[in-house]
Each structure stands twice: as structure tokens, then as C-alpha cells.
Design a binder for this molecule. Structure first.
Ligand code: SAH
Length: 214
């Protein structure tokens, strides 16, 4: 679990790369600059940890591209103490970014191996979200409603249950589309039945799958 000067140097370069691609939220850039991404990578890809790319993490899933993580987080406008529901824990890297911003994070993963691995890894690094093994399409009503909801896998549609777990004034960010490409959608719950929706470009995520793995 080493974080060396070399890693820190590479991280600074990564932050500048992301900045040059249009991420301007200093708090988000700071979080990316603080988090040792190499400790979230699969051993085979560690050398590439500070490349601005997605990489396999096993189970057919990926750790998202840092730019994409930063873009989604910037759209989410997280404030300290926000209750944030994250769908798709994966490596736990995005979870760490949300915690660095001061959020209370509730994160759901449907692949058992990834769920267990992220739990162990984030724990070792001192990050303490609430972990759930289950189907993110259902959300987690018991702990809601949430100030923010972030979906980190490509959904075919916007799950009504997730919209229902958003506080009035809350924001949800979710990529929506088919297997090949998804539009980044930002939803603001203006009032109980009033949702304002905006679009923020095309991305390619692994699919949001229904049900739990077993
Ligand atoms: N934020 C993660 C991205 C992981 S990729 C990271 O930076 O590492 C998306 C993750 O969503 C995968 O781990 C996948 O298993 C998970 N996933 C897919 N469908 C899901 C669902 N219905 N509920 C919960 N997690 C889901």
C-alpha cells in the first residue's frame, strides 16, 4: 500500500490533463490529486494507473476513466455532509472521490467479488462508506432520500425508483443509452413531481445490469 513521490508526481500530471480537458471544479481536481488510484487497480494494469483511461478490474467490469469520474462528480455538485447514493461501487475509486468531498456515501454493487474487494480496499485506505450488495435499480430506500444520486454504469432508462429516492432540490447524474454509448443526464428534482433534465455529452460505460449476480 505504498504511495511514493513518483506516484504523487504522476497524479499531479493526471490532474493537469483532466483540467486541460475542461474540469474546472478545484475541489474535484483536489480529490483526484489526493487519491492513490494505483491502489484501486488490478495488479496487471498498475503501471497505467495514472493514464486517463478506464481499465479492467475483473468480472468484466472497469475502473472508470479519471476524466469521466471528474466530469460526473462535477455535475453532481457535492457539498460536505451530503447523503450520496452511488450505484456501481466497482473498484471504489469514485466512492473515494465522493468521500474526499465530504459526502456520506451509500454505495451498491451487484458483483459479489467486487463488492468484497472494494470493501476491504477502501477500509484499508481509511474510507468508510456504507456498502450494499444488491441491485442498484432498486436504490436503497431505507437510507434515503438522498441529496445526490450517482450512477456509474450505463442504464437503458432512468429508474423511477431512483428518482423517487432523490430529495427535493437533489441532483442525480446517470448515463443513459444502449450498450455502445450513453448520454450523460443530469436531473434536478425541483419539486415533488417536477424533475428538470439536461444532457451533457456522450460517454461509454459498462452496462447497468438488473438483479444481483447470484
Ligand atoms: N465507479 C466505479 C465504476 C465501476 S463500473 C469505479 O470507478 O471503479 C460499474 C460498476 O457497476 C460495475 O462494478 C458493475 O458490476 C456495477 N453494476 C452494474 N449494474 C449494477 C446494478 N444494477 N447495481 C449495482 N451495481 C451494478
Amino acid at each position: 500500500m505504498n504511495d511514493t513521490y513518483r506516484h504523487k508526481g504522476l497524479r499531479k500530471q493526471l490532474v493537469e490533463t483532466i483540467r486541460s480537458k475542461g474540469i474546472l471544479d478545484e475541489k474535484v481536481l483536489e480529490a483526484i490529486g489526493n487519491i492513490p488510484r494505483h491502489l484501486f487497480m488490478d495488479s496487471g494494469f498498475i503501471t497505467f494507473s495514472y493514464k486517463d483511461q478506464a481499465f479492467p478490474i475483473g468480472e468484466g467490469q472497469t475502473i472508470s476513466q479519471p476524466y469521466t469520474v471528474a466530469f460526473q462528480t462535477q455535475l453532481l455538485e457535492v457539498k460536505p455532509s451530503d447523503r450520496v447514493l452511488e450505484i456501481g461501487t466497482g473498484s471504489g475509486y469514485q466512492t473515494a472521490v465522493l468521500i474526499e468531498l465530504g459526502a456520506f456515501v451509500f454505495t451498491i454493487e451487484r458483483q459479489r467479488k467486487l463488492f468484497l474487494k472494494a470493501q476491504e480496499n477502501l477500509g484499508l485506505l481509511g474510507y468508510k462508506p456504507h456498502f450494499f450488495y444488491g441491485d442498484g435499480y432498486q436504490g436503497k430506500p431505507t437510507y434515503g432520500p438522498y441529496d445526490r444520486i450517482l450512477v456509474t454504469a450505463g442504464a437503458e432508462y432512468i429508474p423511477a425508483k431512483l428518482k423517487g429516492q432523490l430529495k427535493v432540490g437533489g441532483i442525480m447524474v446517470i448515463p443513459v443509452g444502449d450498450r455502445n454509448s450513453q448520454r450523460m443526464i443530469r436531473i434536478v428534482r425541483k419539486a415533488e413531481t417536477d424533475f428538470e433534465q439536461s444532457e451533457h455529452g456522450l460517454f461509454a460505460f459498462v452496462p447497468l445490469l438488473t438483479g444481483r449476480e447470484d
